[in-house]
Ligand binder design. Structure first.
Ligand SMILES: [Zn+2]
Length: 158
């Protein structure tokens, strides 16, 4: 990602992503950044959990699964003019770390499934405190950027 692109996420898309995360709290939100746009996706984890809590022990407060339509969108938009470059999701009340679950979902056989970076948004008591961007490097995820919380971001753009 170029510095310009990062700057763009920082100032504009990030606010939309933060608002999506706040709206979904206390559940996790999930979505995609493609080109300069954000696709707010639907987290169907609660529906899966309600249907089969053995197979899907996590509800949406601590897990996310994209709606099939969103997955199709992701797969169709990995190449082209506006490729998906970030998958984001929120962590309600546990901090913006990259969990083992997140790693397992993003990687297959030590290979990144989607050629994207991962943004994790920390929502604490309904407020976004920060977000961290992770990149897959040498078989693990490293933090490449930390973003300020919602209120600080709003101050920056206003
Ligand atoms: Zn996570």
């Amino acid at each position: 990602m170029s510095p310009d692109e990062q700057e763009h996420i920082e100032q504009f898309s990030l606010i939309q992503i933060y608002e999506h995360a706040i709206e979904c709290y206390p559940d996790e939100c999930c979505g995609l950044v493609y080109g300069n746009l954000v696709r707010e996706c639907k987290n169907i984890q609660n529906e899966l959990h309600a249907k089969d809590s053995v197979k899907y022990p996590r509800d949406a407060s601590c897990g996310y699964t994209f709606l099939f339509d969103d997955l199709v969108f992701l797969n169709r938009n990995l190449v082209g003019d506006n490729p998906v470059r970030i998958i984001y999701h929120s962590h309600p009340d546990v901090g913006a770390y990259f969990s083992e679950e997140d790693h397992g979902r993003a990687v297959y056989n030590d290979t990144l499934i989607y050629p994207v970076d991962y943004l994790v948004i920390a929502v604490d008591k309904g407020k976004v405190s920060c977000a961290r961007l992770f990149k897959f490097h040498n078989k693990e995820f490293i933090e490449i950027k930390k973003f300020a919380g919602y209120e600080e971001m709003i101050d920056k753009v206003s």
